[in-house]
Write a protein that binds this ligand. Sequence first.
Ligand code: PHE
Length: 345
Amino acid sequence: MEARLQELKNEALDKIQSAQTVKELTDVRVAYLGKKGPITDVLKGMGKLPAEERPKMGALANEVRAEVTESLDARMVILEEQAINEKLKSETIDISLPGRPAKSGNPHPLTRVVEEIEDLFLSMGYEIAEGPEVEKDYYNFEALNLPKGHPARDMQDSFYITEDILLRTHTSPVQARTMEAKGGEPIKIICPGKVYRRDNDDATHSHQFTQIEGLVVGEDIRMSDLKGTLSVFAKKMFGDDREIRLRPSFFPFTEPSVEMDISCFKCGGNGCNVCKKTGWIEILGAGMVHPNVLEMAGYDSKRLTGFAFGMGPERIAMLKYGIEDIRHFYTNDVRFLTQFQRTEL
Ligand code: PHE
C-alpha cells in the first residue's frame, strides 16, 4: 500500500507539472484528490490492514495528499498568471497607429495682402482708420469734390439705399470723415475696407471688393513725398528692384492726379504676358489732396497740404500670386484657399 501511495504521488506530481492550462490542472485535481480518486480508493482499503499499521499509513496518505495539494496550488498560481497575461496580450490596443492630422485653417489671401500692407504703413507711422460701408452720399461724393450731378460720379456705379445713402463705392469717404474729425490737425492714416459697385461680376469685376486708402496731411507735404512713399510700397510688395512711374490721371478729389505703375516683376520691364508687353503694371490711383476737399473738411489749404492714394488688394493679390479670376476670392473654395498656407509659423 505504501508503494502504491508513492506511485500515485509521483504520477500526480508529474501530471501537475505537465498540465498546461487551468482546466487541465483542475482535471488533475479532481482525478487525484476527488472522492472517486485513487488516493481515496487506497484509503478505503486501510480497513484491511493490521491495526498497528493503520496510523502510519494514515499519516503517509495525509502527507501525499498535502504534497499533491501544495504542488497543485503552486502550479495553479503559475497557470492562472499565464492565462491573465495571454488575455491581456490579446486585448492590447496598438497605440502606435498614426493619428489623423487636424486640419488647420489659414488666413485668406486677401487678409494676408491687407495685413502685409498694414504692417508696412504702421512701420512708417501711419494709423489705421475705419469708416462705415453704408455711407452718406455727402462723404462718398460731395465732400470729395463730386457734387450732385458731377459726371465723374458715373465712373462709380453705385448701390443707392435712399437718395442720400449708398454702399460706399470706394474707401475715399474715410478721408473726408477723418479730416472732419481731426479738425485741422495733421493726419497719417491708411484705411482698408470693403467697397461696392454696380458691376456685372466676371473674371476682373466684382460688385463687392476691397480697397486700401492712404491719406497724409501736414505742413509741406509734397508730390515727392507721395512718390517716395509709393516707391517704398512697390519695393516691399513686389521686390527691391521695382521701379515706379507716375502717369497723369484724373480724380475729382486730387489735383494733380496720377496712376502709379510698377516695372513688371516678371520680365523686369522687357515685356511679357503679365505686363501685356508694356513692361509696366498699373497698381493704384493717387494724387495731391484737392484744396476744395481740404477746405470742405475745415482745413486751411494754404497752410496744410496732403497726398492720398487708393489701391485694390484683390489686384495686388492677383498679381503677386498669379490668380486669374477675382471670383476665387469670394467663392470660398477650399482648393483655392488652402494654396495660401503660411509656411512660417
Ligand atoms: N478712390 C479712387 C478710386 O476708387 C482711388 C483714389 C484714392 C485715387 C485716393 C486718388 C486718391 O478709384
